[in-house]
Design a protein around this ligand. Structure first.
Ligand SMILES: [Zn+2]
Length: 170
């Protein structure tokens, strides 16, 4: 287990599609997942931000995401969407592959995603609200997309300093 330097915007790895693991229970999955977990937690300890991470963000072009919020811990190996809601909402997003920038992004309000745990258990997650948004943000990384590709309202773009001043109570 170790903390891995983050793949930042401009690194071509962040713009490539990832491939599935042939076996969700392989030692490779456990190794990559442990590094993702350590890297996410280190980033959060340092910045106060970061609720999820995708394998491409530590330079591994594999379909694996890890989510760790106050409410939910989720590992999804080879995830795929089963459904998106027609209803959408618009929320601020940022990404630690290009930190310090926030913008309003429109996305479906709820999703159903299917994936495996590293123990080989198939899970079907019905998510709405912030969890649905996090899942969609991380799934985008697996296809080489970042939130800037989702047509954010360019006039909403702001720095972390302005975001905190205007949109959070922190
Ligand atoms: Zn991101």
């Amino acid at each position: 287990m170790s903390i891995v330097p983050l793949t930042e915007l401009g690194n071509p790895l962040l713009r490539q599609p990832s491939t599935p693991f042939s076996d969700p229970t392989s030692p490779e999955v456990a190794r990559v997942l442990a590094n993702m977990r350590d890297t996410l937690h280190a980033y959060r300890a340092q910045t106060g931000y970061g609720r999820a991470i995708s394998a491409p963000q530590i330079g591994v072009l594999k379909r694996l995401i890890y989510i760790d919020t106050a409410d939910t811990t989720l590992e999804l190996v080879n995830p795929r969407f089963e459904r998106w809601s027609r209803d959408e909402d618009e929320r601020y997003e940022s990404c630690f592959s290009f930190p310090g920038m926030w913008g309003l992004v429109q996305r479906p309000l709820s999703v159903v995603v299917v994936g495996w745990t590293s123990q080989g258990v198939e899970q079907r997650i019905e998510a709405s609200g912030s969890l649905a948004r996090i899942i969609q943000h991380e799934m985008d990384h697996l296809d080489g997309f970042v939130w800037l590709d989702r047509n954010p309202d360019l006039h909403s773009l702001c720095t972390t300093g302005e975001y905190e001043k205007r949109y959070t109570s922190r």
